[in-house]
Design a protein around this ligand. Structure first.
Ligand code: GTP
Ligand code: MG
Length: 344
């Protein structure tokens, strides 16, 4: 899953409804004439930039989007109704490309922007339309025009700067929720998080994107648990925040388990800069803190930071530490072309 930020979709607008062949029939009217109505237009396919989305992950589960066919025309000059539209909701920052993944169709830069990707087919004319002075009773009507179909690419340039790692229940999602506007699911059972969540954190007037991924357990790199499917999402981050829950009986082992999975996964993850934090620190008294800090320090080789998303102890310091590393990393990098939405 290296391309969290891109998805291929197939769209098709609705066919137009057929025109109707019908004649007016009334008891005392001998030549009622044609009254077949036109078919309705097929539904359109739209894309719209909406608030509250920050990944294209939904498009991994649904890739086909079809608008509805227009209704057929009917007698008594009744035009068919328009087919229902389909709207692809995407986060701001999404660009939509042609099938070649190069030709830009639209670039969404603000919430509320809409773009019609495919127009529904026009409805066919009913026989009333074909009435002329020489042909008072036409028996022809047109079928509706076909909708358009297209294969498109959605791409989102939002890339996480910091990745959250840890065993299930480490408190990753709680941390994300406490420092960003993201609203990930949080619960006291493992694998609450089933797909990555992104959020934008702010500290000292700087912004960066944090990714929360499902917890890792032993054997994750072989697919145990939710496996390593989502590690790709943190591959391109500039720094990792490795959370070890203070509620773990053995914090050293918890730390090592995750480190081993990173090594087994490869992709340079094990070499990435890591901040180690003992999370949920509010659950420990002074004596237990001392013991667990020492154990984690020994296992990781660094002085762990202390953190509680509940009491907020240490949250600010952790954000600053992340921000400093991200700032350095951005400075050392050539400016990314037109990616200025999260600039320092
Ligand atoms: N006391 C306390 N509880 C916390 C803290 N952070 C998280 N928790 C609790 O720990 C449990 C797990 O939290 P999550 O944030 O869902 O953990 P996670 O690491 O995202 O877990 P997975 O998504 O399953 O990998 C929840 O019941 C949280 O309420 C904390 O700082 N203090
Ligand atoms: Mg979670």
């Amino acid at each position: 899953m290296k391309f969290l930020d891109q998805a291929k979709v197939y769209i098709r607008s609705g066919d137009g409804g057929a025109g109707s062949v019908s004649f007016r029939r009334e008891k005392f009217l001998e030549f009622g004439g044609p009254d077949g109505g036109d078919g309705g237009r097929g539904g359109d396919v739209w894309a719209e930039a909406v608030d509250g989305l920050n990944t294209l992950i939904d498009y991994r589960y649904q890739q086909h989007f079809k608008a509805k066919t227009g209704m057929h025309g009917m007698g008594r000059d009744m035009t068919g109704g328009k087919g229902a539209d389909v709207v692809l909701k995407v986060p701001v920052g999404t660009q939509i490309f042609e099938n070649d993944n190069e030709t830009l169709i639209v670039d969404f830069t603000a919430v509320g922007q809409r773009y019609r990707l495919a127009k529904g087919g026009n409805g066919g004319f009913g026989n009333a339309h074909f009435k002329t002075s020489t042909n008072q009773a036409p028996r022809r009507a047109n079928p509706g025009l076909e909708g358009e179909e297209r294969n498109l690419w959605l791409r989102l340039k939002l890339i996480a700067d910091a990745g959250l790692l840890g065993k299930p229940n480490a408190g990753k999602s709680t941390f994300l929720a406490s420092v960003t506007a993201a609203k990930p699911k949080i619960a006291d059972y493992p694998f609450t998080t089933l797909h990555p969540n992104l959020g934008v954190a702010r500290v000292d007037a700087r912004e960066f994107v944090i990714a929360d991924i499902p917890g890792l357990i032993e054997g994750a790199h072989e697919g145990v648990g939710i496996g390593d499917r989502f590690l790709g999402h943190v591959e391109r981050t500039r720094v990792l925040l490795h959370l070890v829950s203070a509620q773990e009986e053995n914090v050293a082992e918890a730390y090592k388990t995750v480190r081993n999975e990173l090594k087994a996964y490869g992709g340079g993850l094990a070499e990435k800069l890591e901040i180690v934090a003992l999370s949920q620190i509010d659950t420990l008294d002074a004596a237990a803190r001392k013991k667990k800090i020492a154990a984690l320090k020994k296992a990781s080789g660094v002085e762990p930071m202390l953190l509680s998303s509940v009491s907020r102890e240490g949250v600010e310091q952790v954000l600053r530490a992340l921000s400093a590393i991200i700032l350095e990393s951005r400075k050392s990098e050539a400016p990314v072309e037109d990616d200025n939405r999260y600039k320092y």
